[in-house]
Write a protein that binds this ligand. Structure first.
Ligand code: SF4
Ligand code: SF4
Length: 379
């Protein structure tokens, strides 16, 4: 990595075209990108302050926690480097509710509702949404209220005035855990900002009649690099919205550089050698392939196994947890039951896992064949 940084030191990031820039941030972590280019970027561009409004819908706040876990730079350093004013983030801001110390708080310095209204009115901000948006009951959106307004209504107002919209995490992107199939799913009717599961016309913005592009950064939670580097690319004007989006995003609105359409977590898994030899763990705590314990990595399009998590230290399968394909639009339903082998889905274009394990030596060849077919098809 040190060599890579040294090499890139001589590269002028600012002169890179969008395509090269996106390739570079795909290869780099946020640490390297922000630390190496911070001074040059800020002084060369005299970066104007970018305002960020970060809304929280129905969620566990895990994506904010993931971002707060970003180590070097941490979230505060990263925002400073990109000259971002995190103007509104419900779980981080100091403002409180209507009453503070028993007294009516009717200024934006004290009252978060007034602050948000003023920020939306001023406009000129990037809107980040974390968490899904309930449409229920009966299309009212009343399953999530902030003060006397539905979250659905607040999202609509904030989206209308935003310069760019980024949906962070599986819930904001596609509905995620909140929209999992259940007896109440129809009544709660949780939506992503622009999608409902795989349906690109079922998102809350479409429901509200708002036609604006959205960048999805799914994951449960989203990786801090995916969030910071995407925001960095938008702030630096390396992704022009909406012109560049068809080229930069896949069919589910994900930046292809972090969620490659032709690459799954399985391909670079540290346990991949065991898979190729047909050696599988049948209980947790082992060192072999986790397929039979329910690993869904062959369906998960993300760079987790290359980028790694927690400061590039480890990732799900490396730590012994089967991948649950948390980046996919139909997560979690497509991955359920989470820790049970996906018997009905062939890993390799319909091939059966047991057949593959019986002809272990051939497995690598089959995989290589799949890549070759993909290359031939130009996928
Ligand atoms: S543990 Fe999962 S990702 Fe790793 S080799 Fe096995 S199936 Fe693939
Ligand atoms: S390895 Fe799988 S479950 Fe883990 S973060 Fe990546 S896509 Fe999600």
């Amino acid at each position: 990595m040190k060599n890579l940084v040294r090499k890139l030191d001589s590269v002028d990031f600012l002169k890179m075209d969008r395509r090269t820039f996106m390739k570079a941030v795909g290869a780099l972590g946020a640490t390297v990108f922000l630390n190496t280019y911070k001074t040059e970027i800020v002084s060369a561009l005299e970066l104007e302050e970018t305002k960020l409004i970060w809304l929280h819908g129905s969620e566990c706040t895990g994506c904010s926690i993931s971002l707060l876990n970003a180590g070097n730079p941490d979230i505060a350093q990263a925002l400073t480097k990109l000259n971002v004013n995190l103007a509104y983030h419900e779980t981080l801001l100091a403002q409180q509710g209507i009453f503070v110390d028993g007294k009516l708080a009717n200024t934006s310095e004290l009252n978060s509702e007034i602050l948000l209204e003023e920020l939306i009115e001023e406009g000129n901000y990037i809107l980040v949404v974390e968490g899904s948006i309930p449409n229920g009951p009966n299309g009212s959106g009343k399953y999530l209220m902030l003060g006397n307004r539905t979250f659905k209504e607040i999202l609509g107002a904030a989206a209308k005035n935003a310069n760019a919209i980024v949906a962070v995490g599986a819930c904001a992107a596609y509905g995620g855990i909140t929209s999992a199939d259940s007896d109440v799913a129809k009544d709660t009717d949780y939506r992503g900002v622009a999608f409902s599961k795989k349906d690109s016309k079922g998102g809350m913005l479409q429901e509200l009649g708002i036609d604006k592009p959205v960048i999805n950064i799914p994951g449960c939670p989203a990786h801090p690099d995916w969030v910071l580097l995407t925001l960095g690319a938008v702030i630096l004007g390396k992704i022009n919205i909406p012109e560049d989006l068809p080229d930069v995003l896949d069919q589910y609105g994900r930046p292809k550089v972090f969620y490659p359409p032709d690459h799954t977590v399985h391909e670079n898994c540290p346990r991949r050698g065991f898979y190729d030899r047909g050696e599988f763990d049948d209980q947790v705590g082992g060192e072999k392939c986790l397929w039979k314990l329910g690993c869904k990595a062959p369906y998960a399009h993300a760079d987790c196994a290359i980028r790694k998590w927690n400061g590039s230290v480890s990732m799900c399968t490396q730590a012994g947890g089967p991948c649950i394909a948390c980046v996919e639009p139909d997560f979690p339903d497509m991955a359920r039951p989470l820790y049970v082998e996906a018997e009905d889905k062939g890993v390799l274009l319909g091939a059966n896992i047991d057949t593959i394990s019986k002809v272990a030596v051939g497995a690598a060849a089959v995989t290589a064949g799949v890549h070759a077919v993909r290359r031939m098809k130009g996928e």
